[in-house]
Structure formats: C-alpha cells, structure tokens
Design a protein. Structure first.
Lengths: 204, 179
C-alpha cells in the first residue's frame, strides 16, 4: 500500500489559489478533473472527461500558441503512462511557460483503484505494479527540471514550480488513495472549448 | 511522374498552409511528406513539432485551437490507426482539424505490411466522422488542400486529405530480397 500522506484536493486548491487570467489549466480525465473543479470551476480551466493520454500534448499545443500565458497541466499517473512519448515531444520544444503536475496515487482511480504501473512490484497478487518512476521517465525524455514531492513541507515549492518557475517543469506528487466526492464541471466539450476561447481570445 | 512535377505539388501544399495561417505543424517523419516537412521546419511563421506517435497530434491541435492557433497534422496512412480514439476529440470539442495523409498500401505497394492500415484508412476516418478528400493527380493537389482547409477552418469540420500512392509514386527502396 502506498505510504503517501498528501491529499490531492487541498493540494490542488493550493496550486490554483488566486488563479487569474494568466493561468490556463488543463486537467486529465477522472480525479484530476474533479480536483480542479472543486478548487473552483472557471472558463480558463479545460477539464477533460475522456481522451486519456491527451493532457500533456494539449498543454503543449496551448503553451506554444500562448507563450505569454502560464499553462498548467494537472493529471494522474495512469493518464500520463498512456502517453509517455508526449514528454519527449515537450522536450523537443522546451516551452518556458509549461508546467506538468502529476498526481500519482499508484492507482487507476476511476475503475476501482486497481494498481497502476507506478505501484511497487511486490504488493499482493492483485495490486502489484512495475514501480515505474514517472519523474525519472520525464528526466530521461529530456525535461531537465523534474522533481518528486512527498511531504507537506515541499508544497510551497511545488506551488511556485507549477505557477511561476521557468518551464518546462515536471513535478510528480505522491498522493493518498482516497474515496472522494465527484465534483463535476460542465460536460459538453464544445461548451468547455468555447468558454475557454471566449475568456482567452474574446471570441469562441 | 517526373521529379519536377512531384516537387511542385509539395511546394504548393506549403503555400496553402501559409495562406490559411497555419501556425503549428505536427508530424512523424515520413518520406512522402519529407519535402513539405523540410519547408515547415525552415519557416519562420510555422512551429514544427515532431511527434512520437500520431495521436499526440490530435491533442496538440486541440490545445493550439484553445490558444487561438490553426494547425495541421501530417501523417502516413499507417499512422491513422494510432489516432482513432483521440480523433473523437475533434467531434467532442467540435474544433477545426486538418490532416494531410500520404497513402501506402495501395497503388503498386511492395510491402505487404502496409496494406491492412492503408486499405482501412478511409473507412476508419469516415467512421470517426472525418470528411475524407482524396487526390491522385498533381494538378489537383493545391485546390484540394485549399478546399479541405476551408472546410476545416471556415466550416468547423474535421477534414483529411488522402494523398494517394498514385500521386506520390511507387516506393521500392531498390532493395533485393534476402536469399
């Protein structure tokens, strides 16, 4: 069982505190979507309800299109595991305005908390993973500024890394396995896209 | 087909992309698109992003559109299969999407491994709600890509242009079979 002590909801709330028009947020499907929504639904949030594996690439396209804005991708370990190559693609572009925060609970949270590949290898027969280290993978893909956050004392630095530090920044955050309420934003993708563009560009 | 003719339509595609204010171009390196990719890489107005797999390109295009930029995804027919689930994003978010696809596994193909996805390409694109344009004559390329870009960026559609193998030319590598 994971020894993580950080709780994802208060953590995400801290990361997004005081979010203004300079901050563009993309969240992966499932828990990360509910996390940013509990922190406060806003037009410049793009919470995904599907498209597993999309957030990092979507964040990159947005970061390249809007170099003067901060782009923050918040997603889970299993979502990122589906698109590891996108980290190498980020590294080819070195976007200074992009931060990626991965909330790693070592579980497929939406489907019954099965072990993900970031779970240790030697758990029980039904909950063993590979011990995959996403921070090491990000580093190996060519993102220089990576780190792993495990302790409450490191959260202030995490917030700075996510919000203001020169990118590309990658932070892996080990979080607890928790049963949390679904806090849902609008589901219509075209609406989410249109309100985002309206807020950012002044037209849908 | 002579080399001069084949050079012309590739240059024309680049002109069309510029005319339509395409700012980001994504690709997995591809022999059929190599001249166009080279143009994009040398361009000051286009950001060229190499992908590890084609599905990244769909998500990148969504992100670029969220940020107010137009993009295009260049891929080979074999790459289309890698994008199917992600292609749904173009319908769910309803954003304009343009992809130019060099075909393999059809006209005079030498490699049997290219046939399944090559033959499946138009069908899976249509199954995902993508409009499929097709061109096999060099003289039709410019107008077809231009029409596709208009349907995408003016009409809000998801559009693919198939650059047929008949247009690109038969690839044989000039290799001998192992004895």
């Amino acid at each position: 069982m994971s020894k993580a002590t950080l709780q994802r909801r208060p953590l995400v709330k801290k990361i997004l505190e005081g979010a203004d028009d300079n901050l563009l947020v993309i969240a992966g499907l499932g828990s990360s979507n509910w996390d940013i929504t509990e922190a406060g639904d806003r037009p410049l949030n793009m919470p995904l309800w599907g498209a597993m594996g999309a957030p990092v690439s979507m964040g990159l396209g947005l970061a390249l299109a809007q170099p003067a804005k901060r782009v923050l991708v918040i997603t889970g370990d299993a979502d990122l595991m589906m698109s590891l190559g996108s980290l190498a693609t980020v590294a080819t572009q070195q976007p200074e305005n992009l931060a990626i925060v991965v909330l790693d609970n070592e579980r497929f949270g939406e489907t019954g908390n099965q072990a993900s590949h970031t779970s240790p290898r030697n758990n029980g027969p039904t909950d063993s993973g590979a011990g995959a280290d996403l921070a090491m993978i990000a580093k190996g893909c060519g993102i220089a500024d990576v780190g792993t956050v495990r302790d409450a004392s490191e959260v202030a630095d995490l917030v700075k890394a996510a919000r203001t530090k020169k990118g590309p920044v990658f932070r892996l955050v080990k979080v607890m396995v928790e049963k949390l309420e679904f806090v849902m934003p609008p589901q219509d993708g075209a609406h989410l896209k249109d309100r985002f563009r309206q807020a950012l560009l002044g037209h849908p | 087909m002579n080399a001069e003719t084949s050079a012309d339509w590739r240059d024309e595609i680049f002109e069309v992309l510029q005319t339509h204010d395409i700012k980001q171009v994504y690709h997995v390196p591809d022999a059929g698109h190599s001249r166009l990719i080279d143009h994009c890489q040398r361009s000051n107005s286009i950001r060229t992003v190499p992908l590890t797999t084609e599905e990244e390109g769909i998500a990148l295009a969504a992100g670029a559109w969220l940020g107010g930029q137009r993009s295009a995804l260049l891929m080979q027919s074999s790459g289309v299969g890698n994008t199917i689930n992600m292609m749904g994003l173009t319908k769910t978010l309803r954003f304009p999407f343009l992809t130019l696809i060099t075909m393999r596994g059809e006209w005079g193909e030498f490699n049997s491994w290219q046939f399944p996805m090559g033959q499946g390409t138009p069908k899976v694109l249509e199954a995902m709600g993508v409009l499929v344009y097709s061109v096999d004559k060099a003289s039709d390329v410019k107008a077809t890509v231009d029409a596709a870009a208009r349907a995408a960026f003016n009409g809000g559609q998801s559009v693919a242009v198939l650059l047929r193998q008949k247009l690109i030319g038969i690839k044989d590598f000039g290799k001998k079979t192992a004895k």
